[in-house]
Design a protein around this ligand. Structure first.
Ligand code: ZN
Length: 198
């Protein structure tokens, strides 16, 4: 068995041994909130936001972007599972700031092997043929971190399937310190509005 697979299964056996009564947790998140954040390996939402099993929904993708699919999850999160507050959390040193649609499309069109980055930028070292299929994916890269948080909170806020009563908070996680730093204009645009008009 390969080493990663073996290590994961060994860790899981330990987890099962200590699982306790977590098998009785209800499906809806007990603390009624959801976090949309980046898949970056340095981020551990359970630790940075103090979550235990059963507490909250955590939706992750490259960048923590408000993609159609992230919004799909958030809508299920409130409509069927009762979350009432949402966080959008991007982070410093995000890999999504290191390339553009054009760059990743170019890399994938020449090879499907892992590319390298150095002082001259991204470079393909792989052999073989790539694919033009990357042309059809919106990679949701960004240049300005606070702006990406703002744009994503705003998109979720203005989505026709998102109720006005859900507040959406915008934050940046600092990978150097572990601190969550608010993006005030994002939280402001994400403010809940009274759900029932008088
Ligand atoms: Zn990231």
């Amino acid at each position: 068995m390969n080493q990663v697979l073996e290590a994961v299964l060994a860790a899981n056996r330990d987890y099962v041994a200590e699982f306790g009564d977590k098998g009785n947790l209800p499906l809806p998140p007990g603390r009624h909130f959801a976090i949309l954040t980046c898949m970056d390996a340095r981020l551990d939402p359970a630790k940075y936001a103090g979550l235990a099993e059963g507490d909250a929904h955590v939706i992750r993708n490259a960048g923590g972007r408000a993609s159609d699919d992230a919004i799909r999850s958030l809508i299920i999160s409130y409509k069927l599972l009762g979350t009432r507050e949402w966080f959008v959390i991007h982070h410093t040193d995000c890999g999504m700031q290191l390339f553009t649609d054009e760059i990743i499309r170019g890399l994938l069109s020449s090879s499907l092997e892992t590319a390298v980055i150095d002082e001259n930028g991204w470079r393909d070292v792989g052999r073989g043929t790539g694919s033009s299929e990357a042309e059809f994916i919106d990679w949701l890269t960004f240049k300005d971190l606070a702006e990406s948080v703002y744009v994503d909170v705003k998109r979720i806020r203005n989505h026709p399937l998102v109720p006005a009563a859900i507040p959406i908070y915008g934050f940046i996680y600092d990978v150097k310190t572990g601190q969550l730093i608010e993006v005030p204009k994002a939280t402001e645009v994400g403010q809940a509005k009274s759900s029932v008009a008088a």
